[in-house]
Write a new protein. Structure first.
Ligand code: PHE
Length: 460
């Protein structure tokens, strides 16, 4: 029964391409991809580093002018072609043109990003168990636990392995019976936990008001060019753009759904969740008079010190939340790579998931073992930092720029109209953004990543 049909769409049996069962299923899976460590770990800490309100405002503007048009573009390319990123660019244009390279870059980005993403996700899981045991000791001792975990290869490898096994287990089940089914369980749980934590922050700590002030009262003299550029870069990492994740998820979408409406829903949910996570985390941080600008250690070092006071009722749900968020993003990264091997190499889903999941796991060992370093940008760095830097600053922006240019200038107008569903004023507006505004914004992020912007000082 490789090709049995159900209400007009193909059932995912592994031998054929999958499709989402319902619109809600697609929205949950796509929001699941978008909402991840980017929202709960990265957004709160970079907001802290860049001083709060004004940064948040710029980030919101970036989501609208860069994120939203690019998401619509990826969904259009995906659904039109019904292919993985490599096949999609090939199908919508003459075969064997350089545009295919955009797809290749996407598949490679999925591979590289998942390899280190899984390591951080592993730490989140380790912290569920640390939370159950309870945090105790002095602030220094609690913070040192994180440094010890990162430096301890066996622990990092074990958790990285557990996370990859979970991703593989879900993706092997296919689009509908793996990704969609699990997103329907994990995402509502994640919403509930997060709303609960925000309620706790606002009602039971005395940092609630300060946290709202910090996040929503723009303080423009704290806004640097560096902050604005980070906001822009973060906007498309958090929306899973620039590597074909949304493109691939779009390829399983049904014809009768509105791409614009869904893209708005996914971007809005992603943004709201980041803000709620910010409120929950900063209420705690301010109620204990801690430093909001602690940087990447905010979640794993600052919060546990506070959790020692609040107890496991707050910390266990928090790290479960982080793990669920990472898992629904991890499966989307794996799916991009797996979809390529299923579509283009005709592998079965089981074979593709096991072989590629296994390879990403093995590659991830480089990031899990902090002691392995290479010289990069003038100093010895672990692979974790190197891959994080290269993918966020180079791979995603290049992928995003090419995708945007393809959708704007190369993809046939008739194809775009067919997917978009109209050629009215909103469509015209979208095309204008995709042609001029979005590529310019992405180009600026990219040049900044390459330290080539003329008005910035890169000497530090
Ligand atoms: N959007 C995810 C997050 O915020 C990360 C991600 C990037 C997932 C690219 C898929 C593709 O954590």
């Amino acid at each position: 029964m490789a090709n049995s049909t159900n209400s007009g769409s193909t059932i995912d049996t592994g031998a054929t391409r999958g499709s989402w069962g319902t619109r809600v299923g697609f929205i949950l899976a796509a929001t699941g991809s978008a909402i991840g460590l980017g929202n709960i770990w990265k957004f709160p800490y970079i907001t802290g580093v860049y001083g709060g309100g004004a940064f948040v405002l710029v980030y919101l503007v970036c989501v609208v002018i860069v994120g939203l048009p690019l998401m619509v573009a990826e969904l259009m390319i995906g659904r039109r072609s019904k292919k993985n990123p490599v096949g999609a660019f090939r199908a919508l244009h003459a075969p064997n043109t350089p545009w295919q390279a955009t797809g290749w870059l996407g598949v490679l980005s999925g591979f590289v990003i998942l390899s280190f993403y899984s390591v951080v996700a592993g730490w989140a899981m380790a912290y569920i168990f640390k939370s159950i045991a309870g945090f105790s000791g002095t602030a220094e001792q609690i913070q040192a636990e994180y440094t010890a975990l990162v430096a301890h290869p066996t622990a990092s490898i074990i958790w990285h392995t557990v996370f990859m096994v979970l991703c593989i287990g879900i993706v092997i089940g296919g689009v509908r019976y793996g990704i969609e089914r699990w997103s329907k369980i994990l995402m509502p749980t994640l919403f509930l936990i997060l709303v609960g934590l925000m309620g706790y922050g606002l009602l039971y700590t005395d940092g609630g008001a300060e946290s709202l002030n910090f996040l929503f009262k723009p303080n423009f003299h704290k806004l640097s060019a560096e902050a604005a550029l980070s906001a822009l870069g973060h906007a498309f990492f958090t929306l899973s753009l620039g590597m074909g994740a949304m493109l691939t998820y779009g390829s399983y979408m049904r014809r009768d759904e509105s791409i614009t409406r869904d893209a708005i829903a996914v971007s809005a949910l992603d943004t709201i969740i980041a803000l709620i996570a910010g409120i929950a985390i900063y209420s705690l941080v301010f109620s204990f008079n801690m430093d909001p600008a602690a940087g990447p250690g905010l979640i794993f070092q600052t919060l546990p010190v506070l959790f020692a006071e609040t107890g496991p009722w707050v910390s266990v749900p928090f790290f479960v939340l982080l793990t669920f968020a990472a898992l629904t993003s991890g499966i989307s990264l794996l799916e991009v790579v797996v979809a390529y091997f299923i579509d283009e190499r005709r592998w079965s889903r089981t074979k593709a998931t096991l072989i590629l999941g296994g390879s990403i796991w093995a590659f991830g060992l480089l990031s899990a073992i902090a002691a392995i370093t290479i010289p990069f940008r003038g100093k010895d760095q672990g692979f974790f930092d190197v891959f994080d830097f290269i993918s966020t600053n180079y791979m995603l922006p290049v992928g995003g720029l090419l995708t945007c240019l393809f959708a704007a200038w190369v993809m046939k107008r008739a194809d775009k109209i067919a997917e978009f569903g109209s050629k009215g004023i909103i469509f015209q507006g979208l095309i204008f953004f995709l042609r001029f505004v979005t590529p310019l914004a992405v180009l600026i992020v990219l040049l900044h990543g390459l330290e080539l912007l003329p008005f910035m000082d890169y000497s530090k």
